[in-house]
Design a protein around this ligand. Structure first.
Ligand SMILES: [Zn+2]
Length: 108
């Protein structure tokens, strides 16, 4: 898992930097567990959220949601992993977990 960082793209690194620390921890854990999943979206500005038709109460606005793309199999694996993975004591898991077909949306 430590050298997972070496495989992050520039875009993924940029997206990770905008996430809340707890959310970032979950995303890194998920990327390490499901090879092939790629991080495509994280924190959004109000304007960007409006442009993509996001909910006005979207977790993306708070830097607590991530979108991850992959094959159908990778997305299903990511869904299952996100359901069960926890980051230490007190972590209650995802606030929101949606299989959107071409990507996984998860909020922590
Ligand atoms: Zn958590």
């Amino acid at each position: 898992m430590p050298d997972r960082h070496q495989h992050l793209t520039h875009l993924e690194t940029h997206i990770l930097a905008g996430l809340e620390p707890h959310t970032r921890g979950h995303v890194l854990q998920l990327l390490a567990r499901v090879p092939g999943l790629t991080l495509t979206s994280g924190r959004r500005t109000l304007a960007r959220n409006r442009d993509v038709g996001g909910s006005p109460r979207s977790w993306h606005l708070r830097g607590r949601a991530a979108d991850l793309a992959g094959t159908r199999d990778q997305i299903r694996q990511g869904y299952r992993q996100a359901q069960t993975l926890r980051l230490g004591a007190g972590c209650t898991g995802p606030e929101e977990l949606l299989d959107e077909g071409d990507h996984l949306h998860v909020a922590w």
